[in-house]
Design a protein around this ligand. Structure first.
Ligand SMILES: [Zn+2]
Length: 262
């Protein structure tokens, strides 16, 4: 194709050609055909390869540069830049492992405590109700003071285990201890869309919902409330974990590109 023919093409055609060439080069950079630090083929070479004019190639290069894919060094050539560093901080490997472990723990808790809450609604004594209520109050006061209220949270769930009147629920819960509470192992506020302590207040509203159902002797509502309460924590962490995995893959790709360069 001669350059003259391409130049007289309508503007829209030139724009779509530019876009095609830009996309093609971006794709080759993304897939490592052109690696970070490498020089892109010269203008005449790209013109020949793609069958386009110098104008199209120059425009494509300037779009690539604007998008941070390449850098033109005058008189030397156009070089591929390393992929940008993700702006969201990566979760470190240990945190990701802990998230998986906490998710597994929540899965177990959902199965056991959903049942425990239902049994507690049927079997609780007034004294046990009072202790659940105290745990909720202590939770609220703790959060008001800026604390994480882990012990009060544990107490609330332990009282439900006690109210099942089945000692194995209690044994199990005491055996696991406060490690059952995700925020003893992770800074869970990092994984909440809500600012600061507000997710803890919401957590305690969920506790109140469960307490209401147990007070009314409504096992279905108590079970559903407990499932919702524990699922909310689980969902939040799952999202964080998935985001971390995606970012981890991007980082791996960047590391491989770095290795390929060195
Ligand atoms: Zn709780």
């Amino acid at each position: 194709m001669s350059e003259q023919n391409t130049i007289v093409l309508p503007r829209i055609r030139t724009q779509s050609l530019t876009q095609e060439v830009t996309s093609d080069l971006m794709s080759k950079i993304r897939h490592g055909v052109y690696k970070p630090g490498e020089k892109l083929p010269t203008e005449p070479k790209v013109m020949a390869e793609q069958g386009v004019s110098r104008t199209v190639v120059r425009e494509a290069m300037s779009r690539l540069q604007a998008a941070g894919f390449v850098e033109t060094r005058h008189g030397v050539g156009t070089f591929v830049l390393p992929p940008p560093v993700p702006t969201v901080p990566l979760l470190d490997h240990m945190t990701v492992v802990t998230i998986r472990d906490v998710l597994a723990m929540l899965e177990l808790r959902i199965s056991l405590e959903t049942e425990a809450a239902g049994l507690a609604a049927l079997r609780r004594t007034d004294g046990q109700l009072e202790l659940m209520k105290r745990a909720i109050d202590a939770f609220e006061e703790g959060v008001n003071r800026g604390e994480s209220s882990v012990d009060a949270d544990f107490q609330f769930h332990l009282q439900i285990a006690l109210a099942t009147d089945n000692k194995y629920f209690e044994d199990f819960y005491r055996h696991l201890g406060t490690t059952t509470i995700p925020r003893t192992r992770l800074d869970t506020s990092r994984f909440s869309a809500e600012p600061g302590q507000s997710y803890l207040y919401r957590t305690n509203r969920e506790h109140e919902y469960i307490l209401d159902a147990i007070t009314r002797k409504d096992p279905q509502a108590a079970s559903a409330g407990m499932r919702m309460h524990l699922s909310n924590s689980s969902e939040r962490l799952k999202h964080a974990s998935e985001a971390a995995n995606l970012q981890g893959e991007a980082k791996d790709a960047a590391n491989k590109a770095d290795l390929a360069r060195s």
